[in-house]
Design a protein around this ligand. Sequence first.
Ligand SMILES: *[C@@H]1O[C@H](CO)[C@@H](O)[C@H](O)[C@H]1NC(C)=O
Ligand SMILES: *[C@@H]1O[C@H](CO)[C@@H](O)[C@H](O)[C@H]1NC(C)=O
Length: 357
Amino acid sequence: MISRAHLKIIPSRWLSFVFALGVLLTIAEVSKHRGSEENLKNISVKTHRGLVSLDELNENVFKKFGYEILEPTVSVPTLRMINEPTCETVFSKWKRISELPQPEYPPNEIPADRMDEFLLYNYTAMNKWYINDKNSAKGERPRNWDKLSDLVKWPRQKLGGLAYGTDGVSIYDAMKFHRLDGKSGVVIGSMQPWVEVSALVHGASKVMTVEYNKLEIQEEFRDRMSSILTIDFVSNWHQYADKFDFAASFSSIEHSGLGRYGDPIDPIGDLREMLKIKCILKPGGLLFLGVPLGTDAIQYNAHRIYGSVRLAMMFYGYEWLGTFSGDTEQPNDLTAERLHSKHLFGMTQNTIVLRKL
Ligand SMILES: *[C@@H]1O[C@H](CO)[C@@H](O)[C@H](O)[C@H]1NC(C)=O
Ligand SMILES: *[C@@H]1O[C@H](CO)[C@@H](O)[C@H](O)[C@H]1NC(C)=O
């Protein structure tokens, strides 16, 4: 009632004021947009070809993959997806690709017709490093899933360092900083249960591991920990949509689509993985992500190294909360200097914490 009474007494000069304000805001909006286009030309990020403007990357890379720059943030530009696929599409496409017939041995060359996609239209560097983890006897197998009652007693350095030395400690620190009390989460790809145990010791109430291998979890932990085969998880994804408070993946996504583990060749296997995780996280849910960081590169078929270009696409749909190095317990800014601190093909494997928008 009160607001309606107020409406009646707004004098007409106020209406013209409101109208003028509207026009001004529109002009401001348009010039802001122009300003940002100019900014894209002036802001550059480092690639193996030297500094490249965001404008050039927007046209030659991001738009070709279905993204465009929303904000010219550095060291990683913020993107939007031009037509974001639904979760239904994300999972059904993944399933279709995973069912394609695969060669007996992981291919040691990138298929010629997929070269531009794998190399980000030549904005990523490439060298060769062939590893066969599909049918070689040396392939890694799951370990230590029967030693969980020991692992939960291990201190920071020992537990965090189980699989990846100091780099691995970064996920322990990230989970200590962003405590997981009472939260339920999922770990994507895991040979040894150090990420799962790091989550448990920082309060998580339930952890499920999605793995290509079957895992034998120690009896006493089966009330808190479970595992599911990747194919079963994807087939039943509806059950997990928007369900988890957190997800974690360390040293896994950078391999997706390279065939090294017998997985199907897919230039955007990693980006698909990020979209899948987004689908199963609750809004506001956290993703603890460990991938090799450096200047954009691919060491075929071993792994990808993530720089400003590919990270931008990886981060779509997430807010970037911080980065942990494992050297100190506190998060740091992943500045351009830090990201490119190693020579080309050099890398650090930190834990990046993202929040689903
Ligand atoms: C972009 O760079 C040009 C030439 O270097 C300069 O004249 C212009 O003011 C810059 N624009 C912005 C928005 O910084
Ligand atoms: C990338 O480089 C290769 C080899 O120099 C070339 O054949 C190819 O056309 C380039 N692709 C683009 C999109 O420029």
